[in-house]
Design a binder for this molecule. Structure first.
Ligand SMILES: [Zn+2]
Length: 164
């Protein structure tokens, strides 16, 4: 059987923080504010995985007030979340992602981001897609105040007749 999950996240952009997308640090004049490293795409993928498996959300697994997640590497959080998903018998089939920001351009970093997520999730890079978008200058993301990410994940599990 298959299950699909949706993830979304947004982080404010502030000076003197790294701009981390899917585990890749992209040169930029600002980066994500956050309790962890602020990796907006990793967080959206975590919610897509947890959502598809109906296990909860990132805030329950990694509470922002918990000191152990201070400046945490979000790829480590992603690997831990996927381990929980796998422990329920689920396997990730593919991942499709959007990163929405005015600058910098995501395309030059796309292959590195795909490879980073694929390695973390033990997937072939061909099973991970990442697209960059903008808000064409509109709203908080368009004004460069924030970066947003969305992810859709498909999980597969060997079916049992009583699965719901
Ligand atoms: Zn986040």
């Amino acid at each position: 059987m298959f299950r699909v999950g949706l993830g979304w996240d947004i982080h404010r952009l502030v000076p003197l923080r790294p701009f981390r997308i899917g585990g890749v640090t992209i040169p930029a004049d600002r980066g994500e504010w956050g309790h962890s490293d602020g990796d907006v795409l990793a967080h959206a993928v975590i919610d897509a995985l947890l959502g598809a498996a109906a296990l909860g959300d990132i805030g329950e697994f990694f509470p922002p007030e918990a000191p152990e997640w201070q400046d945490a590497d979000s790829l480590g959080l992603l690997a831990a979340a996927y381990a929980q998903v796998r422990s329920q018998g689920w396997r990730l089939v593919n991942l499709d992602c959007l990163v929405i920001c005015e600058t910098p351009k995501i395309l030059p970093w796309r292959e590195a981001i795909r490879a980073s997520l694929a390695e973390t999730l033990a997937l072939a890079p061909g099973a991970v897609m990442v697209k960059g978008k903008t808000y064409e200058g509109m709203g908080s993301v368009g004004e460069g105040l924030a970066v947003e990410a969305q992810a859709v994940a498909l999980l597969e599990r060997a079916g049992r007749p009583d699965d719901r």
